[in-house]
Design a protein around this ligand. Structure first.
Ligand code: ZN
Length: 300
């Protein structure tokens, strides 16, 4: 092929690529626009100022999965690494909105004591649709799609027998079948968080899985162990991997807690982290007793 034809082909290919691949920044801007249109408590300008990063990973329906990292300050060794996740279920609006409030708090006051990774919306396909729903773009409940390596059939059996095949709780064809759970699993493996905090709604309590002493309350939310489910994040990260998982269940899916409540949950959470979270891989020894004492139940 003559040289000019090769050059022309390359130019056309480059043009095609630039036309089909949006810049990461443009993707973040679009995501902020859609999130702020959906959630009255999140403002577009504020979302943009949070400077979320496009992880490069995509949801089932090709939406960018966004993350923000707050590394320890220079020459400061973090006390612990913390992973904070909202919007695992797309119809729990408050679980996303409150993450944006806490992003603002971290933007202003991050001291470097902890190394944070914050995912405000794990399930953009569930939230960003006309009628938001619990499941992802593929109709899978992400909080039933974890537990790789566990009995593959356990989640499906539980779904069939204990939820009568409730569509809202479909665990997917296999553990980690979904891009959103694959991404989170990748972060857990690479980042090795010492504590995982997942925000849900609307039970108005705290749940806890894994080793360590659970917080008795965060703000006005009190500890009430709901039990674990095959495929849940608490079951996987808390019981299989031995990492403490705090589940914050806000009281309402569609109504935000008061500003004072949002702040007092945060203050109590950070206090609990200061007193309990250490960078350690030795948590598994505490695991078995906890696993034995937990029973399955059928709430969120
Ligand atoms: Zn939930």
């Amino acid at each position: 092929m003559p040289a000019f034809k090769l050059t022309l082909s390359f130019l056309l290919f480059s043009l095609y690529c630039s036309a089909t691949q949006a810049e990461p920044l443009a993707l973040v801007e679009t995501a902020c626009k859609h999130i702020s249109q959906k959630l009255s408590s999140v403002y577009n300008k504020q979302c943009l100022s949070n400077q979320l990063i496009d992880s490069g990973y995509r949801s089932n329906q090709n939406k960018p999965l966004l993350i923000k990292e707050y590394p320890p300050l220079a020459r400061r060794k973090p006390q612990a690494k913390v992973l904070l996740i909202g919007g695992i279920h797309g119809d729990e609006y408050s679980s996303v909105s409150i993450l944006f409030k806490w992003l603002n708090t971290l933007d202003k006051y991050h001291s470097g004591l902890f190394h944070w990774k914050v995912i405000p919306l794990l399930n953009p396909d569930g939230l960003l649709r006309k009628h938001s729903r619990r499941t992802n773009g593929n109709g899978v409940d992400l909080n039933r799609n974890f537990s790789p390596g566990a009995n593959k059939q356990a989640s499906l059996d539980y779904w069939a027998k204990r939820t009568w095949k409730d569509k809202r709780r479909y665990p997917g064809p296999a553990p980690l079948s979904e891009p959103e759970t694959q991404w989170l699993d990748h972060i857990i493996t690479e980042f090795e968080p010492d504590v995982i905090i997942a925000v849900h709604a609307p039970f108005g309590i705290l749940d806890f899985d894994g080793p360590h002493k659970a917080p008795k309350h965060l703000g006005s939310l009190h500890l009430k162990l709901l039990g674990t489910y095959p495929g849940s994040l608490g079951n996987y990260a808390g019981l299989q991997l031995g990492k403490p998982v705090i589940t914050i269940e806000l009281p309402h899916a569609g109504i935000m807690p008061s500003a004072q409540q949002i702040s007092s949950i945060w203050v109590d959470l950070v206090r609990w982290l200061k007193n309990n979270a250490q960078h350690t891989k030795q948590n598994k020894a505490l695991l078995q007793a906890d696993t034995d004492s937990r029973k399955l139940s059928n709430i969120d």
